[in-house]
Design a protein around this ligand. Structure first.
Ligand code: ATP
Ligand code: IP8
Length: 282
């Protein structure tokens, strides 16, 4: 039996990297996320950290079309190029992983890197095999596992890009998890892309048992994102809430305004919220 996870926190690639500039970290945002995680842990919370790739990973994945995998119709030259692209993508996201783990360890969090690329396997880009016991054992020993979006072996396409969002969904549906928190570069989920005039922050989104939401939400995606941006995040969030029958709630909030109280307190007040809470419809 593994411990209940109080929160799985995704440090979004948008939050801690400049997504349009190759391998560029936003140091202040990373430190802010790390500090918030430290405070949660100090309050006794059991945590898992997952981070996205941002400009470490998405750029290489897009230029080498890693998410299309490999096929028998590829000639040798195209295949070699694709294989190198896979290595470069993983190498890039591992650079970010080292920075994230360092930021956590430097302030006293016993973070342990668990790179999914070398242990998770997917079929049609959905996880089919992953080291559940290892993650559970790390939690039992009071360590903080750090996973991330990565390039993984896929049974149908040879390999694929596995988003941190899909990793979070998998963990939430397998462990007993109270909350999934997505820290990103915007205040939460808006009724339309936040760059559009009059975009309104949705403080609460209700999901019914079929995973459908009660409102129309307009979304856009950055050209440097290969995993679906906010569309995948909302899709992941609605699945987590509906498939756990509301036992796990989801928050989407800006890394700039995250605090341990919002992340870890059992009840979150949405009246004055500057974030989005995604819950089961009553
Ligand atoms: N309706 C919307 N509400 C909120 N954000 C939106 C919406 N539509 C598009 N976006 C964009 O989604 C982005 C956040 O999604 P994204 O997938 O980039 O986050 P992330 O998880 O931080 O990144 P990564 O996938 O690199 O880890 C924001 O920068 C925002 O501009
Ligand atoms: C592009 C790579 C390597 C992983 C993407 O993960 P995400 O940023 O969590 O969607």
């Amino acid at each position: 039996m593994f411990p209940t996870i109080d929160a799985i926190i995704k440090i979004g690639g948008s939050a801690i990297t400049k997504k349009d500039e190759l391998e560029t970290i936003k140091t202040d945002a990373l430190q802010r996320a790390a500090e918030c995680i430290r405070q949660c842990r100090e309050s006794g919370a059991t945590l898992v950290v997952v981070h996205g790739a941002g400009s470490f990973g998405h750029h290489h994945a897009r230029s080498y079309e890693i998410n299309k995998g490999i096929s028998t119709s590829m000639d040798q030259e195209a295949l070699e190029k694709k294989l190198l692209g896979f290595s470069l993508t993983r190498q890039s996201v591992q650079k970010l992983n080292q920075l994230v783990v360092k930021a956590l360890v430097d302030i006293g969090i016993p973070a342990v890197a668990c790179p999914p690329g070398s242990s998770w396997r997917t079929n049609k880009h959905e996880p089919v095999s992953w080291p559940r016991d290892t993650i559970g054992q790390l939690l039992k020993n009071n360590l903080v596992p750090v996973l991330h979006g990565d390039g993984c072996m896929d049974e149908t396409d040879g390999f694929c890009i596995l988003s941190g969002d899909t990793i979070i969904k998998t963990l939430c549906l397998s462990f007993d998890v109270k909350r999934a928190v997505f820290l990103t570069d915007v205040a939460g989920v808006f009724d339309r892309p936040p760059c559009e005039p009059d975009a309104k922050l949705l403080k609460s989104i209700s999901v019914n048992i079929d995973g459908e939401v009660n409102q129309v939400i307009g979304m856009s995606q950055s050209k440097n994102d290969v995993t679906g941006g906010m569309v995948l995040k909302l899709n992941t969030a609605t699945k987590i809430v509906s498939q756990t029958q509301g036992k796990c709630t989801v928050l989407v909030c800006a890394v700039d305004s995250c605090d341990s109280n919002t992340i870890c307190s059992p009840e979150v007040d949405v009246c004055n919220a500057q974030f989005t809470k995604i819950v089961m419809a009553k």
